[in-house]
Structure formats: structure tokens, C-alpha cells
Design a protein around this ligand. Structure first.
Ligand SMILES: [Fe+2]
Length: 290
């Protein structure tokens, strides 16, 4: 079905008028962003020839997202994730040159305790032991002394503490300060794939679209240091299920890291481990602030 010249002229006029309506916003960035949003949303409506029924269905979907959203659960954030918008924002807002960023996800907790560099986070719980260590450096490979790391992951049952009343709220999460050479290390367990929440309108959309609902296993990290752009990222164990089909599109090639069998006797003795255990090594590169 082609568009007649009259309809094309009308849609262009409506788009121009709606874009112009934001031109006098007190914040110039608001004017720019809203004009572009109008431009692209109008183009979507025109190209898809959206029917009134489809438009109403879209509004119903947004209303359903609002109805299920609480302090602990944000369906709009999940919608952004499964549309790839959260990942797009990560990609376009992160400066080039450092470690790639990835999605923050819904389970970050600002209240993680500051623990010693070299902390054992396992506390006798099930899970394959992983000695995770590395350095934080600048884009020239020079160590960043005393960089901060905020780390969190899910337990052996695939759940985060916020989803599992059996877990201590501080389980498998910590903040640590790197040493003078940017070095860090900790003992943790292998993370596991998990599904995004599927009991809301986003879950219904994923089901109707016959889409995967799983995320590959990952560690979450926020790496920061004064004078450098903060990094929100994830590390994905090489070979994890769903690594080629992350439902929130968070995997980047530079963030896939192998688990290597390790028999370092000093590490085994320090943490009371039986060798071999797993080892993951990573060097985070931070970009200097302008
Ligand atoms: Fe996660």
C-alpha cells in the first residue's frame, strides 16, 4: 500500500509542527532530544501505517507496564532492556578506547559492604570456586592505584539476594579498593544464566514474539577512579549458554572471558581450596575524563 502525495504532505506537516513545538524549551538539550524523538516516532508510525487498534494496544501495553511497576520492579526498564535501548545507550554514551560497558541490570545495590582486597565471598555456599583477579589500568596500560570495584552476581541457584529470602542480602557482592598497582582479587563462585521476569506485559510480549527469555551467566562490575570515566560493565564466562542470544543484548566480544583451571598452591592454601579450581583474569581499562 503506497502513500499518496496528499498523505505524505500531511504527515510531513504534522511532524514538522510537532518538532517545532519543542523549539523553545528552556533546556536546549531537551529541545533537541524531543524534536528527534518526535521525528523518529512519527517516521515509525508513517512507515508501519499503524492502525488505531494497534496504537490503542500499544497504550494498553504501556498502562500494563505502569500497573506492575513498583519500587523493586521496573517494567519500563525491562522493556528498554529487551528492546536493546539500554544497550544502545551504553554503547553511545561510553567514551571510546576503554573496556566496553554493558547494562547495569536491576539487581545492583548501592549498600554493598567495603571488603578487603582478596576477600572470600563464598562463605561455604554451593558453587564452583573461581579465583577472580586482575588490574585496573588506563588506556596506555598504566595501573590506576586505588581504583574502586563494585561487584555482584547471582548464586548457584541462579538467583540474586533480592529474589531469594534464603540468601543474606550481602551474598556474593562487595566493594573493594585496588592496590597501588591497580590489582584486585577475590574468591567467588561460577555465575549462572537466568531468565528476565516473565510474569508481566514484557514477558507476554517475549512469548508472543517467540523470543528467548534467558541471559547468559555474567559477573556485574562498576569500576571507578577519580579523574576517570566510571565503567558499568559485565564479564561473560566463555562458553556460557545463551552467550550468542542474550535477551537484553549486553554481550560484547571484549567482555567474554574464559575460566581456566588453576592449581596455584598459594591461592589454594589461602582460600582452603582443593586444586584445580577455576581462575578468571581481566584487565579493566578506564578512559581519562576530559
Ligand atoms: Fe545480572
Amino acid at each position: 500500500m503506497s502513500t499518496s502525495p496528499q498523505t505524505a504532505a500531511l504527515t510531513q506537516a504534522v511532524t514538522q509542527e510537532a518538532m517545532q513545538s519543542f523549539a523553545h524549551a528552556t533546556d536546549p538539550r531537551l529541545a533537541q532530544v524531543m524534536a528527534l524523538l518526535v521525528k523518529h516516532l512519527h517516521a515509525f508510525v508513517a512507515e508501519s501505517k499503524l492502525s488505531k487498534e494497534e496504537w490503542l494496544r500499544g497504550l494498553d501495553f504501556l498502562n500494563a507496564c505502569a500497573a506492575i511497576t513498583t519500587e523493586e520492579r521496573n517494567e519500563f526498564s525491562l522493556f528498554s532492556d529487551i528492546m536493546g535501548i539500554s544497550s544502545m545507550v551504553d554503547v553511545v554514551s561510553q567514551p571510546e578506547g576503554g573496556t566496553p560497558s554493558s547494562v547495569l541490570g536491576p539487581f545492583h545495590n548501592h549498600d554493598s559492604l567495603l571488603r578487603d582486597n582478596g576477600v572470600d565471598l563464598t562463605n561455604g555456599q554451593p558453587g564452583e570456586r573461581v579465583w577472580f583477579h586482575g588490574r585496573v589500568v588506563d588506556t596506555h596500560g598504566q595501573p590506576i592505584a586505588n581504583a574502586h570495584i563494585d561487584f555482584w552476581q547471582n548464586a548457584d541457584n541462579g538467583l540474586y539476594p533480592a529474589q531469594d529470602p534464603e540468601q543474606d542480602p550481602q551474598n556474593l557482592r562487595c566493594k573493594i579498593v585496588c592496590d597501588a598497582e591497580g590489582g584486585f582479587n577475590l574468591l567467588t563462585i561460577r555465575p549462572h544464566p537466568y531468565t528476565v521476569p516473565t510474569d508481566g506485559p514484557v514477558g507476554a510480549l517475549l512469548a508472543a514474539s517467540q523470543r528467548n527469555i534467558w541471559r547468559p551467566a555474567h559477573y556485574h562490575l562498576i569500576v571507578s577512579a577519580p579523574g576517570y570515566v566510571g565503567l558499568v560493565t559485565e564479564l561473560f564466562p566463555k562458553g556460557s549458554d545463551y552467550i550468542d542470544n542474550d535477551t537484553v543484548f549486553g554481550v560484547r566480544p571484549g567482555l567474554i572471558v574464559p575460566f581456566v583451571p588453576c592449581s596455584n598452591s598459594a591461592v589454594a592454601q589461602r582460600f582452603g581450596l582443593e586444586a584445580p579450581f577455576l581462575e578468571m583474569t581481566y584487565e579493566f581499562q578506564l578512559v581519562k575524563q576530559d
